[in-house]
Ligand binder design. Structure first.
Ligand code: SIN
Length: 301
């Protein structure tokens, strides 16, 4: 798809080219310099590409931290990411992501959507990497739209009625996140409706989902194990091979992602931004049997 853009203040013709990565999701966009102010037309094109492809990529971008923040703010108010290894000293919404020879658990490893235990999970996340290993360090995304849409009708009928608890300190692979000391434990719909596309998506992930309160523990464990395996199938995925100064931007409401930590002890480093979200919308609000616990947002400092 091509877009020809000319703005009044800065007459120029920008040719955006959008190259889909897989039928499920992902697209690489060329013909755009993210360090320059974005015109209204460009913003519309990028936003539409996000809605259609769910995760988009730009390569060879030369961005200062300030320019990256300015770009990110066009998509909504930014929030701090409490699980990132550290915040940037001057720009507190910018999180530094780094893995090196001292790393014991790399940030972002394991399928998840960002901060899914928050009452208002982030809409969009962006990652800009400037240091890469010689090979490896790819990131994979999966479409939770496709995962929902390919369930059988009886399975859809069941999941439409359920909620799920998410906890940001769920122990994973023998360690717990201790980043900010904030414990979030929140009941989300298992099937959500994206406010812009109106498409339905599954909202349960391996790193943060603890249980389905309407089921027995054994039923909950079995159904969640099935849903994780279903979501993580290659046919719903795309895989991005990073190059220096590439930027990825994804929608947490309809995707999950996992960072592949296969490059130890080499260094992979960059910065990321997170756009503040809204409460999630249940796809079938009249059918969900909420527990008495809802809403729960424990804050233990
Ligand atoms: C994340 O945001 O979960 C990390 C993604 C990555 O490092 O590729």
């Amino acid at each position: 798809m091509l877009f020809f853009i000319a703005t009044e203040k800065q007459p120029r013709a920008t040719m955006l080219k959008i190259l889909p990565l897989t039928p499920a999701l992902g697209a690489e966009i060329t013909g755009m310099d993210l360090s320059r102010p974005m015109s209204t037309d460009e913003f519309r094109s990028i936003s539409n590409a996000m809605l259609e492809h769910q995760v988009i990529f730009f390569r060879n971008q030369t961005l200062s931290n300030e320019a990256f923040v300015a770009w990110g703010e066009r998509f909504g108010p930014l929030m701090k990411h409490p699980a990132a290894s550290k915040q940037h000293p001057d720009l507190d919404k910018l999180a530094v992501v780094r893995a090196d020879e001292t790393t014991r658990n790399a940030f972002g490893e394991g399928w998840h959507s960002d901060q899914s235990a928050l009452p208002e999970p982030p809409t969009i996340s962006m990652l800009y990497l400037n240091t890469l290993p010689d090979v490896g360090g790819d990131t994979l995304w999966s479409s939770t739209y496709r995962a929902y849409e390919t369930l059988s009708a009886p399975m859809k009928q069941l999941v439409n009625t359920l909620s799920v608890f998410h906890n940001n300190l769920k122990p994973n692979r023998g360690y717990v996140f201790t980043g900010s000391g904030r414990v979030m434990h929140f009941e989300q719909p298992l099937v959500i409706r994206h406010p812009d596309t109106q498409r339905c998506a599954l909202f349960a992930n391996r790193l943060a989902t603890t249980h389905i309160p309407q089921l027995t523990w054994a039923e909950s464990e079995a159904l969640l194990a099935f849903l994780y395996a279903h979501i993580e199938q290659p046919r719903f995925q795309c895989r991005f091979r990073w190059t220096k100064n590439a930027l990825a931007m994804w929608d947490n409401r309809c995707t999950q992602h996992t960072a592949v930590w296969d490059y130890f002890p080499q260094v992979r480093e960059g910065v990321r931004l997170t756009v503040q979200g809204q409460p999630l919308i249940a796809a079938f609000p009249d059918q969900v049997q909420w527990t008495k616990e809802r809403p729960v947002a424990a804050r233990l400092e």
